[in-house]
Design a protein around this ligand. Structure first.
Ligand SMILES: Cc1ncc(COP(=O)(O)O)c(C=O)c1O
Length: 402
């Protein structure tokens, strides 16, 4: 008999992202030429300086338990990073280093949520927010970010989802899965709404901050509303901007009381983050930003390429992402059609399944992000694969029958 799972897990749906990548791997193992645009992981190696920093830490024998909340040298580097990049000023007691941005979010919810508390998550959203919130008994609310607004969160949609029970509002811009970036005027209006609800804390997930295109610059909520500092937790990390996903290094900045509680949770769950990984992260954060900037330029070029190709395919729509490394095309007009292989496209999940089975292209259905009728395509993959992926999508769409 299997071990009985907790009631907490009873309502957790299986992950569509994992289901899709498992199926893609199985097809590949059978010899199919599968291209995957399903992963949210940079296709660049980690920076040389990070490798050297970690190697040096090994050679110096930095192998003891790290302080729970982060090594002092890394906290200093993070404080400097916030001052330089974001013009925000924090002290060590405002900073917590965790195993990826993910652990910061988990810690924050574990430290603050009681059953029935509400978490407002603009949709489409990154899959982990609602699942972690629900694990702690929270009720989730999903104001919609519309394609017609380039998937930016409007102050009115936010205002309509706030109640006296709201505990957290999540802001994630640049956004996964849409690539939407908020402008200063959006944030000013959002801050105005938040001022009317002083009981609400804000989790600002800025992990894609360095990936913005054209003349777009990431603006943090605290840049336009420093008066909200006592209730804003910024989450960030090394995974995306520095291509350091496997190092599992993230960091948070927020009010000292909250950071203290999150540190306590972490002390019982995982302790501090691997010393060697932190040493690599210090070196990366302190290195000159040219490599980061180059990677961003590559994503931007790919964004332009894939966006114009998708917009040229009859039957698809696609808003322009201004950041991150995803496109989020609408496939509503394909719903109800039939593939050459005889599959009836009932919804976006069926579209993603058919693309995988018949065109050997892995994507993630929008419903995994709370937004049916769309697909998420990652452009963190080679130009050659992207060109082939576009050809497959075009061919797939053109051969659908009514
Ligand atoms: C929006 C968002 N936040 C946070 C994370 C967590 O990243 P990590 O735990 O690797 O720092 C991800 C990773 O996919 C993400 O897309």
């Amino acid at each position: 008999m299997d071990v009985k799972l907790s009631r907490r897990l009873e309502n957790l749906p299986p992950s569509a992202t994992i289901a899709m990548s498992t199926r893609a791997r199985a097809l590949k193992a059978q010899g199919a030429d599968v291209i995957s645009l399903a992963l949210g992981e940079p296709d660049f190696p980690s920076p040389e300086v990070a490798l050297k920093g970690a190697i040096q830490a090994v050679q110096e024998g930095q192998t003891g338990y790290p302080p729970i909340g982060g090594m002092p040298s890394f906290k200093d580097a993070i404080i400097q990073k916030f001052a330089q990049d974001n013009h925000l000023h924090f002290a060590p007691e405002n900073i917590l280093v965790g195993n990826g941005g993910k652990q910061l979010i988990y810690n924050a919810f574990a430290a603050t949520l009681d059953p029935g508390g509400e978490v407002v998550i603009p949709r489409p959203y990154w899959v982990s927010y609602p699942l972690v919130a629900q694990m702690f008994g929270a009720v989730t609310k999903f104001p919609e970010c519309r394609e017609s607004d380039n998937f930016r969160l409007t102050a009115s949609a936010l205002a309509a989802s706030l109640t006296p029970r709201t505990k957290w509002v999540i802001l994630n811009f640049p956004n996964n899965p849409t690539g939407a970036v908020l402008e200063e005027e959006d944030l000013l209006a959002i801050a105005e709404v938040l001022r009317r609800h002083p009981h609400v804390a804000i989790l600002s997930d800025e992990i894609y901050e360095h990936l913005t295109f054209g003349n777009r610059q990431h603006v943090s909520l605290l840049n336009v509303a420093p008066d909200l500092a006592s209730r804003v937790l910024i989450v960030n990390g090394m995974s995306k901007a520095y291509a350091m996903t496997g190092w599992r290094v993230g960091f948070g900045a927020g009010p000292a009381g909250l950071i203290r509680a999150m540190t306590t949770i972490q002390s019982h769950a995982t302790s501090g983050v691997c010393t060697l990984a932190q040493a690599g992260a210090v070196a990366a954060l302190q290195s000159d930003p040219s490599r980061r900037v180059e990677m961003c330029a590559v994503y931007e070029r790919r964004r332009d390429h894939v966006l114009s190709a998708l917009q040229g395919i009859e039957g698809l729509s696609c808003a322009r992402p201004d950041g991150a490394f995803y496109l989020f095309p609408g496939v509503q007009r394909l719903i109800g059609l039939t593939t050459p292989g005889g599959r009836w496209l009932e919804d976006d999940v069926a579209v993603a399944e058919a693309l995988l089975e018949e065109a050997h292209l892995a994507t993630v259905p929008g419903s995994a992000f709370g937004q049916a009728g769309y697909l998420r395509l990652s452009i963190a993959t080679s130009d050659a694969d992207l060109t082939e992926a576009i050809a497959r999508i075009k061919d797939f769409v053109q051969n659908l029958r009514g």
